[in-house]
Design a protein around this ligand. Structure first.
Ligand code: 13P
Length: 249
């Protein structure tokens, strides 16, 4: 059975004291048993967040990592380093990493492999740009992001993978994909995985939707049969709105 997941991607927001405040606010909220809740603070606050959330059912994830174990990669952080501060899940391939830091599917394939080798879970992000959708290329783009970045993994690796479909045109714009558009793409993603792997693999993987999810639209999006939760940006920076989304299933 696939899991319901809501993950907050804090992006480059919240210094240490803001992190402390937001975590305290989150800890004051009731978290439903059936939803896996995650937050992804910036690197410098991961250890603090892990310690702060020790007795709470909120997992700490990282927003990125390097594909090598160690070495001369100034400014980078490895899987080993993340694990040493309690982090076992990493977001990979976010569209902002792809756009501003030139991460392509080939590099992401290496990052996915590094996560798997280090027994970490990966939230693999992908999604088309506005021009792709307007040109009706969105299925093709998503298929290649999956094939080139992810389809080198083995059947048994899928238990460590969470997918996050984030159409770039819906991120931080206030323009959400309609529930029908989200469902259509999530169904396509599951069908594609089923064709390359098996129906069981496709059925068991959680596929999150991301892009302007807010308390007032989450219920309808999460109500779609192939949507298993969300990757939340802006609305994750406020405990009340994040928890309203967590409780929107
Ligand atoms: P917004 O929810 O702010 O649109 O961001 C979505 C996102 O990029 C989550 O990773």
């Amino acid at each position: 059975m696939r899991k319901k997941i809501v993950a907050g991607n804090w992006k480059m927001n919240n210094d240490l004291s803001e992190t402390e405040h937001l975590l305290e606010d989150l800890k004051g909220q009731v978290i439903p048993n059936e939803v896996n809740v995650m937050v992804a603070p910036t690197f410098t606050n991961l250890q603090f967040a892990f310690t702060s959330l020790k007795n709470y059912p909120i997992e700490v994830a990282a927003q990125n990592m390097h594909q090598d174990q160690s070495g001369a990669f100034t400014g980078e952080v490895s899987a080993q380093m993340l694990k040493s501060v309690g982090v076992h899940t990493v977001i990979l391939g976010h569209s902002e990493r792809r756009a501003y830091f030139h991460e392509n599917n080939a590099v992401l394939a290496e990052k996915v492999s590094a996560a798997l080798q280090n027994e970490m879970n990966a939230i693999y992000c992908f999604g088309e740009e506005l021009a792709d959708r307007k040109g009706e290329n969105h299925f093709k783009v998503v298929e290649s992001q999956l094939r080139e970045g992810l389809f080198h993994i083995a059947n048994s690796d899928w238990k460590q993978i969470i997918l996050a479909y984030e159409p770039v045109w819906a991120i931080g714009t206030g323009e959400t994909a309609s529930p029908e558009q989200a469902q259509e793409m999530h169904q396509f993603i599951r069908k594609t995985i089923s064709e390359h792997y098996s129906e069981a693999v496709a059925d068991n993987v959680s596929i999150l939707y991301g892009g302007s999810v807010k308390p007032d639209n989450a219920k309808e999006i999460f109500g779609q049969p192939d949507v298993d939760g969300g990757l939340i940006g802006g609305a994750a920076l406020d405990a009340k709105s994040f928890m309203a989304i967590v409780n929107a299933f």
